[in-house]
Write a protein that binds this ligand. Structure first.
Ligand SMILES: *Cc1c(COP(=O)(O)O)cnc(C)c1O
Length: 394
């Protein structure tokens, strides 16, 4: 079974990547990046967006934009990816973990207030698996009451709607990811978004100082568009994928580097997006609503599976439209430890976000029993896969 990446890549993306690989003349031409940002702004209903080389880099830009200082504290869920606390730690900010609820795996608002100290400056809201987090409005209201900034993490939920807006528009700043396991993909990439001019000016300042990744890295990312398609969707992938991966092992994209797993800032960290990667992003953005609709259709099938098998379905908040990047379910711990049952019984490969409180590393997080439970029991079903919906013909 191939890894669950690049699910929104089609042959047109591969052709585009191939033509970009053949012609590197305009790889760093800024206009297309502006076009990509403008398209995202329009689609997301936000005022400002800046394209960086990853959601984590966008988060670092947001930390700068908000003017957070060393010694400040941020409250974030004790159920997250290591690159999130890393971005705070790189800026000298102390991460204070608070427990999640198990309806949508977001921060539990009733516990957040108890974590606020005079040093607290921001609350970090995560919308996971394509869901809108349960206590969204209440956390924003609580933050307002205490004069705290709200940073929204929409890395897994781009396009999810709450009331009349896409998520990411209620807080002060928001981050999005187009890493290869996310809603759409540029293999690596992301956005920092805001509706407030003061933060936009600071984001722009940060953006203007940021470097582009070097040509070798850009080449590898374009190449990985082709790799991901071949492994995931090529009609002959069963024959080709393993050999191809083996032959190209030195080029395969690594989402979390060894340094990052140790909390160390990588040398190339902090880059903005070059034009050729933005070209892929623009092409992907055209399909985002199509693929999110397919995901919602597949989620109905997983709803039925949950009902039939007496598992609790994830909560879809009233007045929200989720996008179901993945479909999360709490199963017995043995069923998370060994997920081969899903391949046998259902023909799908399960995802395991998150395998530890600070995925995928083993940093200790105290006092988050719900997060601990999710680590042991939350698996996620894919919502875009061959056989269940006919993405190949898109
Ligand atoms: C993927 C992810 C990130 C980081 O995004 P990158 O583009 O990989 O840097 C942050 N938060 C969450 C919840 C994610 O899933």
């Amino acid at each position: 079974m191939p890894p669950l990446v690049g699910a929104t890549l089609d042959i047109d993306d591969v052709n585009l990547a191939n033509s970009l690989l053949r012609n590197d003349k305009d790889w760093f031409k800024a206009d297309i990046v502006k076009e990509y940002e403008a398209a995202f702004i329009k689609w997301n209903g936000s005022k400002y967006a800046f394209a960086f080389m990853g959601g984590r880099v966008a988060l670092s830009a947001c930390i700068y934009a908000l003017g957070l200082n060393p010694g400040d504290e941020v409250i974030l869920p004790g159920y997250t990816c290591v690159v999130v606390p890393n971005a705070f730690h790189f800026a000298g900010i102390n991460t204070i973990y608070s427990d999640i609820e198990l309806d949508t795996y977001g921060l539990d608002v009733s516990l957040v207030e108890g974590k606020i100290t005079p040093k607290t400056k921001a609350v970090f809201i995560q919308h996971l698996y394509g869901l809108v987090c349960r206590d969204y409005e209440k956390i924003v209201a609580l933050a307002k009451k205490y004069g705290l900034f709200v940073i929204e993490d929409c890395a897994q939920s781009a396009g999810a709607i709450f009331k009349d807006y896409k998520i990411g528009n209620l807080g002060d700043v928001a981050i999005y990811s187009t890493e290869h396991s996310k809603v759409i993909t540029t293999v690596q990439g992301g956005f920092a978004v805001t509706n407030k001019e003061e933060f936009a000016l600071r984001l722009k300042e940060h953006y203007d100082y940021a470097a582009y990744p070097d040509k070798r890295i850009v080449y590898n990312l374009l190449y990985n568009v082709i790799v991901d398609y071949l492994v995931q969707k090529d009609p002959l992938r069963w024959l080709k994928a393993e050999m191809f991966l083996f032959l190209n092992r030195d080029k395969i994209f690594d989402p979390i580097t060894k340094e990052e797993s140790c909390g160390v800032k990588p040398a190339h960290y902090g880059c903005k997006m070059p034009a050729c990667i933005a070209s892929i992003g623009l092409n992907q953005l055209k399909k985002i609503d199509y693929y999110n609709e397919r995901r919602r259709c597949t989620a109905k099938m997983w709803d039925k599976w949950c009902d039939d098998n007496m598992y609790k379905k994830p909560l879809v908040l009233a007045d929200s439209v989720p996008i179901f990047l993945r479909y999360p379910v709490l199963v017995e711990p043995e069923k998370k430890q060994n997920t081969s049952w899903a391949i046998k019984e259902l023909g799908v490969k399960l995802g395991s976000w998150f395998i530890s409180n600070i995925h995928p590393v083993n940093w200790k997080v105290a006092g988050c029993p719900n997060a601990d439970k999710a680590v042991k029991q939350c698996v996620n079903f894919p919502c875009l896969m061959k056989g269940y919906n006919d993405q190949e013909n898109h």
